[in-house]
Structure formats: C-alpha cells, structure tokens
Write a protein that binds this ligand. Structure first.
Ligand SMILES: [Fe+2]
Length: 155
C-alpha cells in the first residue's frame, strides 16, 4: 500500500539513508561498548565494567527506535554486520585496548554518532519530518551527555 504521510518518496529515501548510517554507527558503538565491558582490566575495572553496561544497554534499546523510524518511512532497515560495516563511520579495534584507551575510543565513538545524527538535520527540516528531528535530538542529547561522562574520567 502506498505511503501518504506528507513526505515525498525522495525525501523519505534520503532521510532513511541517513538514519541507516545512524543505525550502523549506533550498532557498532553498542558492540564496541559491550566488548569493552567484557574485556576491561585494571584498577578501574569495577567502575568501567558497570559504566559500560549502562551504556551498551541504552544503545541496544536505541537501535530499535532508529530502525523502526526507518520502517515508518517505508524503507527497509539494514540488519547485517556487512551492511553495518559498510555504513558505519566508527571503526573497530583489532586488539584489546588498555582501559584508558577504551575510554578515549568510546568518547570518539559517541562523538561520531553525534556528528552523523547532526548531519541529517538539513534533509529532515526540508521535509518537515518532526518525528525524525525529535528522535535525532534525543539521540544527540544522550550521546553528548555520555561523551561528557566518559571524557570526565580522563581529566
Ligand atoms: Fe555483563
């Protein structure tokens, strides 16, 4: 059945493509954070193990919101590691980093997601897609706050 929500086909495709990048970034950061939860060592173990758990749990819930917004726009959501690797701006580590490097890498990851989300505003505003704008604002707020909390551990 045709979609008739007041956003034309091209704009829905463009917004969904941007959201797919946001989904890939969020999923990649989710996996990185869970990986670090499992493998962190050192005197900050307890703090970081628990902090990373809070963060990956939030990210695991967030990917669902982003994917379902893409579906609401009438487009298929990416859902494979291959698609995520092609779409994500966050690179993966081959080795297990030291605890402090984990924190720094997660700050960079959180900031990457913020930049990806922010880059969508022009097309979203052009299409008057307030629902997506609202989702982006919520995600940016959360990622900026988490980046601040992680950054504070390094100061
Ligand atoms: Fe755990």
């Amino acid at each position: 059945m045709n979609i008739n929500i007041g956003i034309d086909e091209q704009d829905r495709q463009d917004i969904a493509h941007g959201l797919s990048k946001l989904l890939a970034d969020t999923y990649t950061l989710y996996l990185k954070t869970h990986n670090f939860h499992w493998n962190v060592t050192g005197p900050m173990f307890q703090t970081l193990h628990l902090m990373f758990e809070t963060q990956y749990t939030e990210l695991a819930l967030a990917v669902d919101l982003v994917a379902e917004r893409i579906r609401s726009l009438g487009v298929n959501a990416p859902g494979t590691y291959k698609q995520f690797a092609a779409l994500s701006s966050i690179k993966e580590e081959d080795e297990i980093p030291q605890a402090k490097d984990m924190i720094r890498l997660l700050v960079e990851g959180q900031e990457s997601v913020v930049r990806t989300a922010r880059s969508l505003y022009p097309v979203v505003e052009k299409a008057n897609d307030e629902a997506t704008a609202d989702l982006l604002t919520q995600r940016i707020q959360l990622h900026e706050k988490t980046a601040w909390m992680l950054r504070s551990l390094l100061e």
